[in-house]
Design a protein around this ligand. Sequence first.
Ligand SMILES: [Zn+2]
Length: 179
Amino acid sequence: MNCPYCGYHDSKVIDSRDVNEGIRRRRQCLSCSSRFTTYERQQLASLFVIKKDERREEFSRNKLLTGIRKACEKRPLPTGAVDKLADDIEAELYHLGKAEIPSSVIGDMVMERLKSLDYIAYIRFASVYREFADITALKQEIDSLVSNETETLYPTSQLPLLPTEELEVVAKRRHRSRK
Ligand SMILES: [Zn+2]
């Protein structure tokens, strides 16, 4: 790859590491000494997506990425989070080892991951993908998210803490009274 700054044809690799089924190389131009990064990916066997109307379409990482990006637009997500999500899904799809995958499977994968990444992005994606028929269906989805959130904030396992503490106090009192 030519240097993106001066166009020189040669560079040296100063660092390389494995990332998401590929290799990331940090390079330095032999002419202007600018540093840039290249990614090397393995060309995987072709994978086809079965659309709702049964048509087949070759899997496109870009298309997947565009859909996720749209859902995550202007959300306060760390740099690279969206790309990583697309990378993870792509890797998982190829790991399935199938030649064809229904688009619904991919949509579910995206939803599952967006759910733990960002609720607003999740709702945006779900509203397009699941085609919420009306506001009630959308509200149900949001309500289920809110109740999950509440459970996470107040895990039921913590509820018995108080009685246990009381028991300890009682035990200490008994201990003291024995002295
Ligand atoms: Zn250069």
